[in-house]
Design a binder for this molecule. Sequence first.
Ligand code: 5GP
Ligand code: MG
Length: 177
Amino acid sequence: MHRDVERILINGEEIRERLDCVAKNLMAEFASDGLVVVILLKGALVFAADMCRRLPVTMTVECLNISSYHGNIKTSGKVEFLDRKMPEVEGKKVLIMDDILDTGLTMCAVSDALLELGASEVRSCVLLNKRKERAGMCEADFKAFDIDDEFVIGYGLDYQGRYRNLPYVGVMKQESI
Ligand code: 5GP
Ligand code: MG
């Protein structure tokens, strides 16, 4: 375990098992070809790479650079689209993949933007869903794990750009923040 990690919340084995299960649910919904997967960078990088390889369907993959946390432990409350060009999704079925649903702001903003660009359908899939009230905010259509409302790192999730490579999801030591 990394020295800055207080405890492991979800280990690699548990992640693999749950991803197999969520992939089955996704395949039941997206069995027909022509899916566009939109990966929200950088947090969803690791999760999406593992998930896409579990979906034996013809798909294209797009990435969006989104920033709301700016490497910190709290959302700035503002979702920024950092790309100069948005993916072409007109008339397409889109599946957004993100690492974690916290306030839901990011997912709402991205989902709205893709519908605005003419996507025929937008669904969402997250690795982690924080258990909390999200009045008026969107929920994820597919989620691998529900977790308590605490700051987590690993398996793509960072603190100030670090720890994305940890093969598990963990809670940071208070003194390391
Ligand atoms: P939301 O817009 O739902 O509040 O936040 C979504 C984004 O905030 C996620 O894509 C993720 O990048 C970041 N985020 C939210 N909670 C956490 C957390 O516990 N740990 C880390 N590392 N990032 C988080
Ligand atoms: Mg993110």
